[in-house]
Design a protein around this ligand. Structure first.
Ligand SMILES: Nc1ncnc2c1ncn2[C@@H]1O[C@H](COP(=O)(O)OP(=O)(O)OP(=O)(O)O)[C@@H](O)[C@H]1O
Length: 616
């Protein structure tokens, strides 16, 4: 079996089990791409936030320096019993002004960050949805892919936090630069002492972040299971079955076991982290007080003034907390940068269905029809053939019914016809040319498929019908005609808000429909497009006998001249088709008209008699 694109190890893949500092630094290379994304989200806000932060980063040094001047001035005045003159008041006013300015800058930065964060989160969510839309059906059916998409999706909030973290990181580093320059003028050794005090704490943080990351990542599949049980246990869609089968005890037990396992795993790590964190923080305080002692001794010796003492002690204290912040934040920034790998990797996943370089236009009308040439198909990760050795032609205008037991491969066949998958072996031709040569968008526009597991959109009736051809969502005439054709118009007339009625129970004023009513609504989608091929996969299973009869009468009239494939277990429906294709274990065992197959006395005749007997 060939390896799928997303199973291969991408170049920038970082293995989760052991994350070294090198890995973390390597992950930082995702940041330029990330910042580009931020820039694309909103240029002006990005620029504004950067400028304000630059300004803000110079303020601590300025305040400390003005503070030193004030204290020196006060000491001078008190030693010389001199008159307080304007200079002191000016300094105090300056410091006051700086404090107010700094506060205003902070608020402006928080404001811009939160707005930019919202926009950024919307921007990336839209990008994820847009990319997911380009991928193939079987990629969604693969759990490896699904986990990756989940991680890319769930990290939306994480990425928004990362945004302000990266910005703050840059700002704090510039502030440290300013403070270090000030400190270096008086005593460069203090800076060295500072680093020695802070680095153990950084290494500790870094180690524990690695463990947390590895743990969280390793838990992704189980977390999905946990989310699923949470949904099963408390959702309108599951409530009915959970109640009648009395499943809540089972669901709660499973949830409890899983969530308890997470709790215990996490608790161990959190406790170790807290203990080591306390120890490292003590080392930091030791460093600070050592420096403090050095400065005090030098002040007593008269080598620095009292003002300088406060300046140095203040600078040192601020630098320590900034440096600790920067180093701690480094681990979360690199953490975020590693999660970004998941995000960017998701965008590296390419659809497997290859588009033709020079796509052909869909033929109008179809000349010779769709021809299956020894087509076989295996689902991803499956060793079994779902379809094999399929050879037949669906002629233009022909109505073909597919018959076969559960799992015989009927739905798979129509998915191949609609090019939701490409055959594993053999070819499907349209008018003698491989289906792969045709423009995929045109192919989709010219084929209408209603699957047995169609979606019940929690939207209005009109929107539910318009889903069949969303470009016509405002074409009320078309929507109403489609509803008439599928018999959904009676329902529309009955609903209080008619076509604007919200369906389903999820949103306010929603009305729940019966199974058959939903099916009529879904069927209306088929009539929204003037397609050349229509596929109905068990479209009438939930309809009552009269409705089914009428639906098919109309279907035959409305699709006159068009090709159609019907899947049904009801022979009253099946017999209306021009030809019937009988599948068994993915292979064709019979093909012919109702009369021909009855005469043949094979599987079709046997199944037909079986059903007919039930009605006698
Ligand atoms: N997404 C999938 N991934 C893997 N295997 C699948 C998938 N869908 C179907 N199969 C398998 O392929 C085989 C054919 O399934 P298919 O849905 O085509 O049958 P069907 O004839 O439409 O059945 P039914 O009458 O029950 O709808 C089955 O054995 C099924 O287990």
């Amino acid at each position: 079996m060939s390896k799928s694109r997303y199973e291969q190890k991408p170049k920038n893949r970082i293995q989760a089990s052991s994350l070294t500092l090198k890995d973390r630094l390597a992950a930082l290379k995702n940041l330029p791409e990330f910042l580009k994304l931020v820039w694309q989200t909103n240029k002006w806000m990005t620029l504004g936030s950067s400028l304000l932060r630059l300004l803000r980063s110079a303020i601590p040094l300025a305040i400390l320096y003005v503070g030193k001047l004030i204290i020196d001035q006060v000491v001078f005045l008190s030693n010389h019993s001199a008159e307080v003159h304007n200079y002191l008041w000016e300094l105090i006013a300056l410091e006051f002004g700086l404090a107010i300015f700094s506060d205003a800058l902070n608020r402006a930065i928080i404001l811009i960050d939160s707005l930019l964060g919202d926009l950024f989160s919307n921007h990336t969510s839209i990008k994820i949805m847009a990319h997911a839309a380009t991928l193939d059906l079987d990629q969604f059916e693969d759990s490896v892919f699904y986990d990756k998409m989940e991680r890319a999706r769930q990290q939306t909030i994480g990425r928004t936090i990362l945004l302000s973290q990266v910005m703050s990181q840059i700002q704090d580093m510039i502030t440290i630069g300013f403070l270090a320059a000030g400190l270096a003028v008086f005593n460069p050794w203090l800076i060295l002492l500072l680093f020695v005090a802070v680095i153990p704490s950084f290494l500790g943080e870094s180690y524990f972040n690695d463990r947390t990351y590895a743990l969280t990542r390793g838990q992704t599949p189980e977390r999905r299971e946990l989310d699923y049980f949470r949904y099963l246990g408390a959702s309108d869609e599951t409530a009915k079955e959970v109640k009648t089968f009395n499943l809540s005890g089972f669901i709660i037990d499973r949830f409890r076991t899983l969530s308890n396992k997470f709790y215990l795993d996490n608790r161990k790590l959190v406790i170790r982290r807290a203990s080591w964190g306390t120890f490292f923080s003590m080392l930091g305080s030791l460093g600070y007080y050592s420096a403090y002692v050095v400065i005090i001794i030098r002040t007593i010796q008269g080598k620095v003034t009292i003002g300088e003492l406060t300046f140095l002690a203040g600078s040192f204290r601020q630098m320590r907390s900034l440096l600790e912040g920067v180093l701690t934040r480094f681990t979360s920034v690199s953490q975020g940068a590693i999660y970004l790998s998941d995000f960017f990797e998701f965008f590296e996943i390419k659809p497997k269905i290859k588009l033709s370089a020079k796509p052909l236009s869909f033929p109008k009308p179809i000349q010779t029809g769709f021809t299956f040439e020894d087509v076989g198909f295996k689902y991803l990760h499956s060793e079994r053939w779902a379809n094999r050795h399929l050879s037949f032609t669906l002629k233009p205008g022909e109505k073909l019914a597919l018959v076969g037991e559960n799992g015989a491969g009927k739905t798979t066949l129509v998915k191949l016809l609609a090019r939701l998958y490409d055959p594993t072996e053999g070819r499907i031709l349209l008018d003698g040319i491989d289906l792969k040569e045709y423009d995929l968008t045109e192919l989709r526009e010219n084929t209408g498929v209603i699957f047995q597991d169609y979606l019940r959109y929690q939207m209005t009736l009109a929107q539910n019908i318009a889903a069949g051809n969303i470009s016509e969502k405002d074409n009320r005439n078309l929507i109403e005609t489609s509803a008439e054709q599928s018999l959904a118009d009676v329902l529309a007339n009955r609903l209080p808000e008619h076509y604007d009625q919200m369906l389903g129970k999820r949103f306010t004023n929603g009305v729940e429909l019966s199974g058959g009513e939903w099916q009529k609504v879904a069927l209306a989608r088929a009539y929204m497009k003037d397609t050349q091929l229509l596929i109905l996969d068990e479209p009438t299973a939930a309809l009552d006998a009269r409705a089914e009869y009428e639906v098919f009468q109309r279907f035959a009239e409305l699709t006159h001249g068009k090709s159609a494939v019907l899947i049904s277990h009801r022979f009253s429906t099946v017999r209306m088709a021009d030809r019937i294709l009988v599948l068994d274990k993915g292979e064709i065992i019979e093909l012919g008209s109702h009369e021909e197959l009855l005469q043949k006395g094979g599987r079709y005749a046997e199944l037909f008699d079986l059903q007919a007997m039930g009605y006698r």
